[in-house]
Design a protein around this ligand. Structure first.
Ligand SMILES: *Cc1c(COP(=O)(O)O)cnc(C)c1O
Length: 378
């Protein structure tokens, strides 16, 4: 007899998220900050570690951190919700506004968690693909919103993995066209400096998402937050896990947020590194580089999967392979690293591409150096 009852049928076609946590020398696959927390912040935390109350449950609403975030954004604490990474807040939004019989719009190619969370929460996903240059198809979104049955819209701004922002006028048109919750995901705000914050007062359905994972070197701690109308925050507190942000994460994130000016130099360095990568990649024959307002760059190249494997196996460089994502065939995404990491990545790219060129002249044999020819069928 079959001794285990089947789970919800929605799970049948879901594949567990694979973060590709490979051990490599140069990790440029997850849009993380290339550096650990600044030493001065670690020292400050270390000097007070003995006083930290590990034995107590955390403050459920992360009041200290919440107050700091509210103040910095000219809002009340009731307009802020802190979560276990931005990812948890995306899921909470769908627990509260999605679910069976409800519908969400996203604009692929985009952040994969939107679609996964829609499926897990039983929300019907209405996908409105981006145009060839990865712009949101505003006409199609507005037309679909006009049917009046959409509950949630999720738009990353700038978009991950394509790197482009959506013009503010388009976002405002969308907000004007619907009473659906419109999540503008500003996970890369500290790099792009584009925010919809000034439009919150006029649009109670606007929800802004931010994170400590990208510009603030805290991907390992899991802290994100959203800015929203207090009624939205109140509904979300009904569905959230009360102790989702642990006390240690609250303490570290509050310390980091108080000291956030310290991160400005590193953010400028990352932007400079992005320009270096952009120029370096553009100089290679056959590489199409897409403009980016974030700390990563999407590019297109023939035989992209082979290149991805070559970087990994022969140079211990991990970037992100999007070649199986509809609309991103032959696309790879590289996160801006340290100056040295960026240089090593560009140097590896140069070697791989010149050996490709040589093999095109000499015949396929030249590829044997990297041992990937058979697998590739060049
Ligand atoms: C990284 C990212 C997030 C959130 O990341 P967390 O680590 O869960 O805070 C949200 N949206 C987009 C588009 C991202 O790239």
């Amino acid at each position: 007899m079959d001794r285990m009852r089947a789970p919800r049928p929605e799970l049948e076609h879901l594949v567990p998220y694979d973060a590709k946590d490979l051990k490599v020398d140069i990790a440029l696959a997850a849009n993380e900050h290339p550096a650990n927390l600044p030493g001065e912040i670690i020292d400050k935390l270390a000097s007070r570690l003995r006083e930290f109350r590990f034995n107590r449950y955390p403050d459920p609403m992360a009041s200290t951190l919440r107050g700091l975030i509210a103040e910095a954004n000219g809002l009340e604490p009731s307009n802020v919700l802190v979560g276990n990474g931005g990812d948890e807040l995306i899921f909470d939004l769908l627990l509260a506004w999605g679910g069976p019989g409800r519908k969400m719009i996203d604009a692929p190619p985009t952040f994969t968690m939107y679609g996964i969370d829609a499926q897990v929460s039983g929300t019907e996903l209405v996908r409105i693909p981006r145009t060839a240059d990865f712009s949101v198809d505003a006409d199609a979104v507005l037309e679909r919103l006009g049917e009046g049955d959409i509950d949630v819209v999720m738009l990353a701004h700038p978009n991950n993995p394509t790197g482009n922002i959506t013009p503010e006028t388009v976002l405002i048109d969308i907000l004007n066209a619907t009473d659906a919750i419109v999540l503008v995901d500003e996970a890369y705000f500290e790099f792009s400096r584009h925010t919809m914050r000034p439009h919150m007062e006029r649009h109670p359905n606007l929800v802004i998402l931010r994170t400590f994972s990208k510009a603030f070197s805290l991907a390992g701690l899991r802290v994100g937050y959203l800015l929203a109308h207090e009624d939205v925050v109140r509904e979300l507190t009904k569905v959230r896990q009360p102790y989702s942000i642990d006390a240690f994460a609250q303490w570290v994130a509050a310390t980091v947020f108080r000291e956030r000016v310290v991160f400005q130099q590193a953010i400028r360095d990352i932007m400079r590194g992005r320009d270096t990568l952009m120029h370096g990649l553009s100089a290679f024959d056959g590489v199409t580089v897409y403009p980016s307002e974030a700390n990563f760059i999407l590019f297109r190249i023939d035989h992209a999967s082979a290149l991805w494997r070559d970087l990994l196996h022969n140079y211990s460089i991990l970037i992100r392979d999007f070649t199986r994502t509809p609309g991103l065939e032959d696309c790879l995404r590289v996160t801006v690293g340290t100056d040295e990491e960026n240089e090593r990545f560009l140097a590896a790219m140069g070697e791989i591409l010149s050996s490709r060129k040589a093999s095109q002249i000499l015949g396929n044999g030249a590829h044997a150096r990297h041992g990937t020819v058979g697998e590739l069928g060049y």
